[in-house]
Design a protein around this ligand. Structure first.
Ligand SMILES: C=C(O[C@@H]1C=C(C(=O)O)C=C[C@H]1O)C(=O)O
Length: 440
């Protein structure tokens, strides 16, 4: 059966009270979010969507959006907004790290998307029902649009909701399990079974009442300006690592591997990252894995060399930006963003080298369903532009948003010390623990 068309309208607006999008977040209940350095998009409600699992999850999701975006009937867009990526119907997506996960991978097309990019603020309204008026859709999300383009909040939620009391409890395993897993990983590397693997662990934060998603996101946006703050389905966090950005034929990525604590000064961090053989080789493995995996879909690709140091409030990372140009497929089209993401995933930054050996050992040692953690997360618009990050420094909300399962992991190479790696996972949990008001 042919999919019914999607109807979409884009309007240039001023946001309520003339604020920027991040300031509006605490007063919204978003279903999708992607913000960095104060700019991005926030989705409200769900117009349509798809889920998939197993080894064909990328293919199934990608096919669904290719079919859906082909039947979008869009009202003429204001000229100033024609070229803005993420404007118009856009899906938020989260794909699981492993094909074995019990969690679903999904695409979510919000009914309303508020955008604030490059000095433009707009609203995209997408419906399946052609008779669903823009005003009625906006009203469902507490918004009203004046004739002058001023967007207002109808129920006037001036103040952010109270954040409930929270507490931290252990995840699937006690921390000793993580120390043992790292020690076993180092042993496997010393036996030359593999070069590198990434081991993760989880922790759970419970709340006395539902935690307002908009407040969590606003906190992450405020504290981690240089990261991409995301929400897709029940997954939210703030990631510094970009799996793949697609703008037309242009592709970009940011590879991170090699980490020291954020309490070090810039000079100390540079010395311990740039001048350290172990950190540099761990980083190089991750960069090379991405370049090799993307080779079949690019005609040009290059990596920054030497790497830079990315300073975040909680950690410093070795960081390499990659840029390239996508190859056209046999029929002259460009590969869809999710196909490119599937190629790139999993990089050695979140899995290891060789990939298959590392993936097997991760499953055996972590004993954790990572779900969407370390999987692709981001958005894809109807022109095929996309930002797909790696889901790090985040967690998965539980029933009624009264709990969140957090995840953090570390790259293990020859000579890695279990206690230091455990400390590194603590540092990587800090963005979420901070905004959830929990002390580790
Ligand atoms: C796995 C995580 O981070 C990854 C591991 C890194 C490392 O070991 O140095 C650095 C960045 C990420 O690629 C995480 O944040 O949970």
């Amino acid at each position: 059966m042919e999919a019914p068309p999607l109807h979409s309208v884009v309007r240039e607006v001023t946001l309520p009270d003339g604020v920027r999008l991040p300031e509006l977040l605490p007063r919204l209940t978003p279903t999708g979010c992607w913000i960095r350095r104060g700019e991005g998009i926030v989705g409200l409600g769900v117009a349509d969507g798809a889920t998939a699992s197993g080894s064909q999850r990328f293919v199934e999701l990608s096919r669904w959006w290719e079919e859906r975006r082909a039947v979008v009937e869009e009202a003429p867009r204001p000229a100033a907004l024609e070229q803005i990526p993420g404007c118009g119907p856009t899906v938020f997506t989260s794909v699981t790290y492993s094909s074995d996960s019990a969690h679903a991978s999904h695409l979510t097309l919000p009914e309303v998307i508020l955008g604030d990019v490059a000095g433009h603020t707009w609203v995209t309204v997408t419906t399946v029902d052609a008779d669903d008026a823009v005003a009625a859709v906006l009203a469902r999300h507490g918004l009203a649009l004046g004739a002058d383009g001023a967007l207002t909040l109808v129920d006037d939620a001036r103040d952010s909701p109270e954040f409930p009391a929270t507490r931290l409890r252990a995840g699937a395993h006690p921390t000793e399990h993580y120390l043992d897993a790292v020690a076993a990983g180092v042993e496997a590397i010393e036996e030359r079974r593999l070069e590198k693997l990434v081991l993760g662990r989880d922790a759970v934060v419970e709340a006395e009442a539902p935690m307002p998603r908009g407040v969590i996101l606003a906190g992450l946006v405020r504290d981690y300006t240089d990261c991409w703050t995301y929400l897709a389905g029940d997954l939210l966090g703030t990631t510094p690592e970009m799996l793949v950005t697609v703008r037309g034929r242009d592709l970009a990525a940011r590879v991170l591997a090699g980490t020291v604590d954020g309490s070090l000064s810039a000079a100390e961090a540079r010395e311990q990252l740039l001048d350290d053989v172990k950190q540099r080789s761990e980083h190089e493995i991750a960069v090379q894995s991405l370049l090799a995996q993307l080779a079949p879909v690019v005609e040009l690709i290059s990596a920054q060399n030497p790497p830079a140091v990315l300073a975040l409030p909680n950690v410093h990372h070795l960081s390499t930006d990659v840029t390239g140009r996508l190859s056209r497929t046999a029929d002259g089209t460009l590969p869809p963003a999710l196909t490119v993401a599937e190629r790139a995933h999993p990089t050695a930054a979140i899995c290891g080298t060789p990939t298959a050996t590392a993936a097997e050992l991760i499953a055996a040692l972590e004993q954790l369903d990572r779900g969407p953690f370390t999987g692709p997360v981001g958005w894809i618009d109807a022109h095929g532009n996309a930002d797909v990050g790696i889901a790090l420094r985040g967690g998965l909300l539980g029933a009624h948003d009264r709990s969140v399962r957090l995840f953090a992991g570390c790259g293990i190479v020859a000579g890695s010390d279990p206690e230091s790696e455990l400390a590194e996972t603590r540092a990587k949990l800090r963005p979420m623990l901070g905004v959830l008001g929990v002390e580790d």
